[in-house]
Write a new protein. Structure first.
Length: 78
């Protein structure tokens, strides 16, 4: 039986957007581990993309975010 990945809600800031969504971590992994393993893009599910003015730009079940554009990534506080 394969191990179940844990969903972790994160907030990503780029120069243009605030992105909220879930990454799927292996048990015991950290967000930093996920970023290192994700190569050029970071996969997120159940995503909200907001502009920096606070306007919701889009909702999507899946988005790939270019690591080159990520300035800050953090687990979202409950």
């Amino acid at each position: 039986m394969a191990e179940q990945n844990a969903r972790t809600k994160v907030v990503i800031l780029t120069r243009s957007y605030r992105i909220k969504g879930y990454i799927h971590l292996q048990p015991g992994a950290r967000v930093t581990d996920y970023m290192i393993d994700s190569k050029n893009f970071m996969a997120l599910t159940d995503v909200e993309v907001w502009d920096l003015g606070g306007r919701l730009v889009m909702n999507s079940p899946f988005v790939d975010v270019s690591r080159d554009h990520i300035e800050i990534v953090s687990p979202e506080s409950a």
